[in-house]
Design a protein around this ligand. Structure first.
Ligand code: NAP
Length: 261
């Protein structure tokens, strides 16, 4: 039996990965991880009941421990690991709460690394790890700083891990989409007193971007960039100095509570 472990499976991109890997016959059994049990139960039904629900807050040691326990108990053969749990908050250093800063790092960085480490021993040759990076991982982004920095970590971590896992025949892909229509943006902009982007365009469809990410992972690509706009961004980020890019980003943010221009 080929298993898939998917964190952040209760919503958006993670949920799409579970459904598409199931529908494409890429995995037969799913470990679906998130905090909202009722959402995971509904997803389990959509996966034909072939899933184990792991209700876990991955910012905590207990949450990480429950994933470890499930794997140790079942000793599965893991064909796909998708680390999709994550969140971001807009705001500058003085506006973000200590809790949000700490949780962003614990979830986007620490949990992703710990779960990857614990899964590798269950992964056979030809299996795939997909880590959720972001289009925001390529350059410093003031007022989205901690989130973007956490995703830069994911990109570098994934690129280096590729070489470490090559002898084991396991591929690693950093999936770096632009803005995607999920619950992410609502959570990122909950605080209306901070500066946020004037526009989120193009706003991508989770189903389409996930289909592309699965294709890229199967090709063994170390980075999956979803559309022409993110590809263009990536090239520009390589060519232009950070000082220009960070200022350009700031010019795309609106004043708190101001409408789009
Ligand atoms: N949407 C975008 O524009 C975009 C762009 C680039 C990258 N990404 C990345 O894509 C990934 C998925 O985001 P999404 O767009 O699908 O957003 P989403 O719809 O908000 O999904 C986030 C997932 O993370 C889970 N999660 C949040 N906090 C958690 C915690 N403490 N412990 C365990 N699970 C937790 C949520 O489940 P529960 O709330 O049930 O715990 C949910 O399943 C994230 O890593 C995000 O950074 C998103």
């Amino acid at each position: 039996m080929r298993a898939a472990i998917i964190t952040g499976a209760s919503s958006g991109i993670g949920r799409q990965f579970a459904l598409q890997l199931y529908n494409k016959g890429e995995a037969d059994f799913f470990y679906i991880v998130a905090r909202r049990r009722e959402r995971l139960a509904a997803l389990k039904d959509e996966l034909g009941g072939n899933a184990k629900i792991i209700e876990a807050d991955l910012t905590t040691a207990e949450g990480i421990g429950s994933v470890r326990e499930a794997l140790e108990g079942d000793n599965p053969s893991v064909q796909y690991l998708v680390n999709a749990s994550g969140f971001g908050k807009f705001g500058d250093y003085s506006q973000l709460s200590e809790r949000d800063v700490s949780d962003m790092i614990d979830l986007n960085v620490k949990a992703l690394v710990l779960i990857t480490h614990m899964c590798v021993k269950y992964m056979p040759r030809g299996s795939h790890i997909i880590q959720l990076g972001s289009g925001s991982c390529f350059t410093p982004l003031p007022n989205f700083n901690v989130y973007a920095s956490s995703k830069s970590f994911v990109l570098h971590y994934t690129k280096a891990l590729k070489y470490e896992l090559k002898p084991l025949g396991i591929s690693t892909t950093a999936f770096c989409p632009g803005w995607v229509k999920t619950e992410f943006l609502g959570i990122a902009t909950e605080d209306t007193s901070v500066r946020t982007p004037k526009k989120y365009s193009p706003l991508l469809d989770a189903e389409r971007v996930v289909a592309k990410a699965i294709k890229d992972a199967k090709k063994g690509k170390v980075m999956s960039v979803t559309n022409w706009f993110t590809k263009l961004q990536h090239v520009m980020f390589k060519l232009l100095p950070d000082s220009i890019l960070s200022r350009a980003w700031l010019s795309m943010l609106k004043k708190p509570n101001a409408g789009d221009k």
